[in-house]
Structures are given as C-alpha cells and as structure tokens.
Design a protein around this ligand. Structure first.
Ligand code: HEM
Length: 492
C-alpha cells in the first residue's frame, strides 16, 4: 500500500515536471505567435525557446565552444536548409536569415527593414548614432561623414600618417619583447581613427579613450545585465566616461570657435558641429557625441582584430607568407629611386595581399551578424517576417557555407584566384545603404601594416597552445602574447 502510494507520488511528480517542461518550452511561442493571427501559420520553421531567455542559452553555449556554427547547424538539422528560421534572440522574437539571397534582400530593402539592434547595444553606442536615428537623418549624416574616409583623395591624405604610425609601432614592439598583440593593434588602429576624426595625437587621451572602448566592446558582446561586476555594467560606465571626454572636446571647440583662423585644419568633429539641415538646424551635443562614439569604435575595433588575424594566419602558413612577401618585394624593386614610402598606386597593386585580407575577413567573420527590424509584414520565400520582429542577418553562415566556399574553415587565400563572389555571398562589410563606410580605409590600414610586417618582421606567438578563436567576444584573444622580431635584412 505504502509502496503503491510512493509510486503514485513519483509518477505524478514526473508527469507534472514533464507537463511543466512542455508548457514552458512552448510558452514563448504561444505568447508571441498567437498575436499574429493567421500569419502565424506562415512563420518560418524554428522555435522561440524558453520564456525570457529564448534561444540565448544555446547561442552562448555554441559560441563559447570550439564549434560556434553548431548553433545555426542545429536549426538546419531540425528544420532543413530553409535559410530562414524563427527564434527568440537578445530579448526579442526574431527571424534569422542565413542564405546569400535572403541576407542581401534584407540588407538592401530599406522600405521594409530598418535598423534593429538590441536596446542594450543602442544604450552603449548611443541612441543618436546611426543605429538609432531616422532614415532621412541617417542618409544625411552618412553622406557627410563617409566622404572624408572614402575615395582616392581622402585615402592618399591618410596614407602617410598610417605608414608613419605603423613603422614606428612595429619598431617599438620589436624592441620591447613580449606584447599583447591584439591590444597593441587596437591602440594602433585607434590612433589612426583619432587622427582622422579628432586630429588628436595626445598619448594620454588616446590611452584613456582606448581603455574605455575595450570595456565598451566587452559589454556590447555580453548579456545585458546591469549589475556591478558584469561586463554590461562596466560598459555603461565606460560609455559615461567616453561621453564626458568627448563633451569636453565639444565645449573646448565651441569656446575657441570664433577665434580659430578659417584656414585651420577641419576634422570630423568640426564637420559635425558645422553641418545644418535644410531648415538650418545644427546637430546638438548629444547627436554629435553619439556619432563620434560610434565612429571611433567602429573605426578601430574590427580593423585591429582583422590585422591581428591576417598576421597570425600568414605566420602560420609559410607558403602564403612567402607569396605575399614576394609580392611586396616586387613592389619595392619596381619603385622609382626618388620615391620614399608607399604610394596608393602601389597599395592597389597588392593583388595577392588583397586576397589574404579578403580571406581573413571571410574566415574570421568579425561582424558575424547584423540586426534589422521589419517595418511591416514581409514575405520572403513564402514565409512571413512579422512587423516589429527583429531580423538577424547571419553573415557567418554565408561565409562558412561549404556550398559556396569549399572547406570553409580552411584559411586559403588562393580560393580567391579567378573567383568573383556572386551577389550576397561575401558580406564582410555588409550591403545596401548601411554598407561599412570605412571599408576602403580598413583595407588600406591592414595592407600598409602587412606590407611592413612581411618585409621586415616575424611574429612569434608565446602561447601557441592557447586557442585563438575566430570570435570577437572571446576575451582570451586579447591574451595573444607575441614577440615581433625584426629580420636581419631590412628593406623599407
Ligand atoms: C575590417 C574592418 C571593418 C569591418 C569588418 C567592418 C564591418 C562593418 C559592417 C559589416 C557594417 C554593417 C553594419 C550593418 O549593416 O548594420 C559596418 C558598418 C559601419 N562601419 Fe565598419 N567595418 C570595419 C571598419 C570600419 C572603419 C575603419 C570605420 C570608420 C571609418 C567603420 C565605420 C562603420 C560605421 C560608421 C558603420 C555604420 C554604417 C551605417 O549604419 O550606415 N568601419 N562595418
């Protein structure tokens, strides 16, 4: 009798847990899908995961493992290769798109899709930055801010500064022994973007700002938990300091405004302070500062990472290293004797090096995903993307698709020989009206760095056993301890 009762309680408990589990597992789906009426039947396949956390747990687990692609693979495995899946990500019901044609469609259709970054990211980058402003305002500010970093003329102005900065950084690293390679490269790319945007070369300001940006970036990639000790909390504090520093620059420029001669050199900050819309309205301080916070961040973080990876990949693949180096030596040999240093024409002749950079951008996938939001109900491939849902454009899946790039995890610059990617299959800088405005500048910086690195240096990693994963949010990429050795025979 007693045993029978215990058995009954045990079965009831198991049954109760199973029912609760089943209910909880479906709760998110019911909650968000039931509001869609008939449209819910045409949602893409997928699942909205658990209440509150949605699919974030499996996402984070995959991205902390050695196989980040297992996250999307699990959708492909369960729901077939539709390339469009529903999920609950970063606190919102979302549609993830993973195939070239759908990614491109979302990125290029401004009528139906607007920016959709998580609120936590907007809080850090700024509500008045490009990810928070109206379509028209974005178009206007983008035109104003991208001109100074694009095109032949602008780039030739910065080339000499970049070259000088790269030469002196490499020289310094070679003399100090072990360095944190990524940290140093971030400082280098930050110095360059500060020069272009703020005309600043002051070391203390530069170091202080760069430190705050490091904290900001950890926060962007962390769970948005605003409690002491958590990365997001530290990032919010870092943002406050960044805003305060930039505010003091704005104040100082306003003060000396009238007294500075009209011939004084203008930088991005000046341009933002002067620009007026068609009604004569100028940007207020918050708008200027948010655009600067965004540009200074976007303008150094990714370039620093990609430069590190390109150097590491080259050093790990002697055959590619030699080929890239031979190309740089050839450029030096063909140089007129009167010329000192690199010219933009020479950078454009770096055909093989350009393939090395393209391949690094593909393999590393520094911007693995970008966010949009559906402005209206949209039909893609017969599926509905409901109005207000987030759309995650998953670049990483496109770049890691074996049907597009055979053996995708392998770093192989030769795959770019006689190969032009089809539309939507190569998106390291995005596409459409939000394509990265700094793409030419980024490639220029990386090319100049690799030119001098290949000709004169060698990289020796101190902890080669420590896996350097291709993921920007992995803290330990920062501990890429390395020595930069100067080679005995130099040609500069
Ligand atoms: C290797 C280096 C870089 C990579 C991989 C990269 C990647 C990207 C990607 C994928 C986007 C598109 C985001 C979206 O569609 O929502 C983007 C946007 C952006 N990037 Fe870059 N970027 C790099 C370097 C730079 C540099 C050097 C600058 C500064 C001059 C810069 C400034 C920006 C800005 C301001 C945006 C926002 C554009 C907009 O919303 O209109 N980036 N970047």
């Amino acid at each position: 009798m007693e045993l029978g009762f215990l058995w009954f309680v045990f079965t009831a408990l198991i049954g109760g847990f199973a029912t609760l589990y089943g209910l909880l597992k479906r709760a998110n789906g019911w909650f968000y899908e039931s509001r869609l009426g008939e449209k819910r039947y045409t949602l893409p396949p997928g699942d909205l995961g658990w209440p509150l956390i949605g699919n974030m747990w499996s996402f984070l687990r995959a991205f902390k493992s050695t196989d980040p692609d297992s996250f999307i693979s699990s959708f492909v495995h369960r729901y077939s290769r539709t390339g469009i899946y529903k999920a609950f990500m970063f606190g919102s019901p979302s549609i993830m798109v993973t195939l070239p044609e759908t990614c491109r469609r979302v990125l290029t259709d401004d009528e139906q899709f607007g920016p959709g970054w998580p609120i936590s990211t907007c809080e850090l980058i700024g509500k008045k930055s490009f990810i928070g402003i109206s379509y028209e305002e974005h178009k206007r500010l983008r035109r104003l801010t991208s001109a100074p970093v694009n095109g032949h003329e602008a780039l030739s102005i910065y080339l000499k500064y970049i070259e000088k900065t790269v030469i002196s950084a490499l020289d310094k690293w070679a003399s100090i022994g072990t360095i944190e390679f990524l940290t140093e490269l971030r400082k280098l790319t930050f110095r360059i973007i500060m020069y272009i945007f703020l005309s600043s070369e002051s070391d203390p300001i530069m170091e202080a700002l760069e430190r705050e940006y490091t904290a900001l970036n950890y926060g962007i990639r962390a769970m948005a938990i605003n409690l002491p000790g958590f990365a997001y909390h530290k990032a919010l504090k870092a943002r406050k300091k960044l805003v305060a520093i930039l505010q003091s620059v704005v104040d100082e420029r306003r003060e000396r405004g009238a007294s500075s001669p009209p011939t004084a050199k203008k930088d991005m900050m000046d341009a933002l302070m002067e620009v007026e819309d068609e009604n004569g309205r100028k940007l207020n301080d918050e708008e200027i500062i948010d655009v600067m916070v965004m540009y200074l961040n976007a303008g150094h973080e990714s370039s620093g990472h990609i430069t590190m990876w390109a150097a590491v990949f080259l050093q790990e693949h002697p055959e590619f290293f030699q080929k890239a180096k031979a190309e740089q030596e050839e450029i030096i040999r063909n140089r007129p004797p009167t010329q000192t240093g690199l010219s933009l024409k020479e950078v454009k002749q770096m055909d093989y090096l350009s393939k090395v950079i393209d391949e690094t951008l593909r393999v590393v996938n520094i911007s693995l995903v970008v966010f949009r939001e559906a402005k209206t109900n949209v039909n893609i491939s017969g599926y509905t993307i409901p109005k207000g849902w987030k759309v995650l454009v998953w670049f990483r899946s496109v770049h890691m698709d074996p049907e597009i790039y055979p053996n995708p995890k392998e770093f192989n610059p030769s795959r770019w020989e006689d190969y032009t990617p089809k539309a939507g299959t190569y998106l390291p800088f995005g596409a459409g009206s939000r394509t990265c405005p700094g793409n030419d500048l980024a490639k220029l910086e990386i090319s100049i760095f690799l030119h001098y690195f290949l000709l004169n240096y060698q990289l020796e990693r101190i902890n080669p056993g420590c896996p350097l994963r291709y993921l920007p949010h992995m803290r330990h990429t920062d501990s890429c301890l390395a020595r930069i050795r100067k080679l005995p025979s130099q040609s500069e």
